[in-house]
Design a protein around this ligand. Structure first.
Ligand code: FES
Length: 333
């Protein structure tokens, strides 16, 4: 994906809807419609912050510096309404800067670039029933999917778990449409989803979808496996924001480039700042597009993706989310 393929949008509304989540509406610059998408799609928002510490050094010692974040966000608006996209952004405490940029620097009138929508979390078209499980900000892709599910004939249920009532983002919108079909669970009230009850008692052909924190996804996936659900019927989406970590240096063998990766910049962002493009779709460790061969490493790769198998992890890295704790790292880029 290259910058030529991005779309220019302007922020037309911003609303703080929970203590941690802001709701942004993005309209096309110059009016008209944005590209069509289906429920479960995400976009990547390009954020150009201060160029303060992206560092790259060519083999010849030349330096370049750019500070760009590209974060994926699920589209929560109706796929039937294309005059604007809506996203929800949670302020991450351990942020490399992307969510802070959206919260602190983006306001009505701000212009942003976004990548075309991509769907890695689509509803299964032949499912006999859909069970949707959302944790916190993980509600966003379901908001778009419900637009299709609501008027359809396939039964569905939505289970939405949050810390406390004040953290229940978009609940009024959900209630207005879905009424009591939205089942709420508040940690603060000690109310948890009965996963065994939920997953042991569904009609054949049911698909389960889970979006939210890693712990929730792992828990649901393990429970589903224990109750004999085929993997093909269990869907999840977690865009792990690239974690912060120790700084390290990488050598890109084909480009003959030394790149420094600071603690709060991802490996992919650092490589891009050096002028080398890495293919991507999700930037969240799930699609596999950025898979890169490790030619040599003196130290340890810190794998944070949900894509590579254990055996592949010896040879490859997903630079969108993974890092290294190493003296040296050489990549086939
Ligand atoms: S871009 Fe999707 S796994 Fe890296």
């Amino acid at each position: 994906m290259s910058e030529e393929q991005t779309l220019a949008v302007e922020v037309s509304a911003v609303e703080q809807i929970t203590p941690l989540i802001k709701h942004f509406t993005l309209s096309p610059v110059g009016g008209g419609n944005l590209p069509a998408f289906s429920g479960g799609s995400h976009i990547v928002v390009v954020m150009r912050g201060d160029a303060r510490d992206g560092e790259a050094r060519r083999g010849d010692g030349r330096r370049g510096s750019t500070r760009v974040h590209r974060n994926p966000y699920s589209l929560l608006s109706s796929p039937h309404r294309l005059d604007a996209y809506e996203i929800g952004v949670r302020r991450m405490e351990e942020s490399r800067g992307g969510s802070h940029f959206m919260h602190d620097q983006v306001e009505v009138g701000t212009r942003l670039e976004i990548a075309h929508p991509v769907n890695l979390f689509a509803l299964d078209k032949i499912a006999r029933k859909h069970v949707l499980i959302a944790g916190g900000i993980g509600i966003t892709p379901f908001l778009a999917q419900l637009e299709d599910l609501h008027p359809g004939r396939v039964p569905y249920e939505l289970h939405y778990t949050v810390r406390s009532p004040e953290h229940a983002a978009f609940l009024p919108r959900l209630r207005e449409r879905e009424g009591e079909r939205v089942r709420m669970y508040y940690d603060s009230e000690g109310h948890a989803i009965d996963y065994d009850g939920l997953l042991s008692n569904q009609p054949l052909g049911t698909h389960v979808y889970v979006c939210g924190p890693a712990g929730l996804i792992t828990h649901v996936a393990e429970k589903a496996r224990r109750w004999g659900w085929p993997d093909s019927h269990v869907h999840w989406e977690q865009f792990s924001a690239p974690p912060v970590g120790d700084p390290f240096d990488v050598f890109l063998a084909r480009s003959n480039l030394h790149v420094h990766v600071p603690p709060d910049q991802s490996l992919m962002e650092s490589i891009e700042a050096a002028g080398v493009e890495v293919p991507y779709l999700c930037r969240g460790g799930v699609c596999g597009f950025c898979q890169t061969q490790v030619l040599a490493v003196e130290g340890e790769i810190v794998h944070n993706d949900h894509f590579l198998s254990d055996s592949e992890r010896a040879k490859y890295i997903m630079p969108c989310v993974s890092r290294a704790r190493c003296k040296s790292l050489v990549l086939d880029l």
